[in-house]
Design a protein around this ligand. Structure first.
Ligand code: BGC
Length: 344
């Protein structure tokens, strides 16, 4: 495989974002920029060989520099919400930027989605990708510790788009990284109601109306949130106030990525499977998407796309019984999440 590299656009006189294209021999093409580690497009053939772009995004850098809900980007230092933008670590209280009402969301004012990452592109016979790296400084957005983050984003001949994250810090900190792709397996021609979803989860995390956990894990036992048996996203969505925006606790995790979710679009025959080492996955049905013009002048609207964000539980620093998101000085954080594209 190989990588095609070109300039994507300027952020300032001194800073240029690049665009990297990887293509495999099965007709899958992925474009990624080092601005925000953002996946801009994923072209996937349908069962008849017709290609569509299965993620939302923008045609040029300007779209990404404006305000948009994290379309296709990396998220850090902490994906999802931290209540009141506060946590206590080693007996000291830290205050984060409150960008979601009183709460902190997706890393704050300038999260990893707005960083121009250093990059190194690479390719071999079976895989092409970019290794992104960023040194997040001590007290950036209020978080302690100089944190070195590497994210390897690659496409394989096996049709897997893989995110491998590695991080280390010089002082204890909290960390929760994810990728925020907005998928529509039918090329955003219609809402996602006809996409069939399966989530390999035993529980979901109960939250208040601001999407902050109350500490309780609720067993999935039928009902609108239960996707243990595959069902169309549109089947029960109207039973929820605004749509899906829930964190699901995944069954058995390991050091190796395990099956987390599957989305199928019967009309096109496209299917996507998600595998991860993370303990949870946020299923977000783009409930707040509106007023944005995306690629090819398509108007982005509510329920046009779905996000499956592998991560730790929201607000873990304030819930000691949740799996820990603490990264101690000297430890290494690792995560692998895979989005695999198939056609049936
Ligand atoms: C969150 C949503 C939020 C969206 C875009 C998702 O990860 O769960 O509540 O609106 O990101 O910011």
């Amino acid at each position: 495989m190989k990588v095609d590299t070109k300039v994507f656009g300027s952020l300032s006189d001194k800073e240029e974002a690049h665009l990297f294209t990887f293509q495999n021999s099965n007709g899958i093409t992925i474009k990624v920029t080092n601005y925000g580690g953002t996946v801009i497009s994923i072209l996937v053939p349908d069962r008849d060989g017709n290609v569509d772009d299965v993620v939302l995004g923008f045609d040029n850098i300007d779209g990404y520099l404006g305000k948009h809900p994290y379309i296709g980007s990396l998220i850090g230092r902490y994906a999802n919400r931290i209540s009141n933008g506060k946590f206590i670590l080693n007996e000291k209280e830290y205050s984060l930027y409150q960008n979601d009402g009183k709460n902190h969301l997706h890393g704050g004012l300038k999260g990893y989605d707005k960083i121009l990452w250093n990059y190194n592109e690479y390719a071999d016979i079976n895989r092409a990708g970019i290794m992104l790296s960023y040194l997040s400084f001590d007290m950036e957005e209020g978080y302690p510790g100089n944190l070195k983050v590497d994210v390897n984003i690659s496409l394989g001949e096996n049709n897997e788009l893989t995110f491998e994250y590695v991080a280390s810090t010089d002082a204890d900190t909290y960390l929760n990284l994810t990728h925020h792709g907005y998928f529509n397996l039918n090329g955003a021609k219609d809402l996602i109601y006809d996409h069939e979803l399966l989530i390999n989860a035993s529980h979901y995390i109960e939250t208040d109306k601001h999407l902050i956990p109350n500490g309780k894990l609720i067993k999935l036992n039928g009902g609108p949130l239960d996707f243990n048996i595959e069902k169309p996203i549109g089947a029960d969505i109207s039973k929820l106030a605004n749509g899906y925006d829930h964190c699901f606790v995944l069954n058995k995790r390991d050091v190796h990525p395990e099956f987390a979710a599957r989305v199928r679009h019967m009309g096109s025959g496209r299917m996507m499977e998600v595998y991860t080492t993370e303990p949870a996955i946020q299923f977000y049905s783009s409930n707040f998407l509106k007023g944005i013009k995306g690629k090819g002048n398509i108007k982005y609207r509510k329920h046009l796309a779905l996000c499956l964000e592998a991560q730790h539980y929201p607000d873990s620093p304030n819930h000691p019984h949740f799996p820990s998101t603490l990264l101690k000085q000297g430890e290494v954080y690792k995560q692998t999440t895979i989005y695999k594209f198939l056609t049936e």
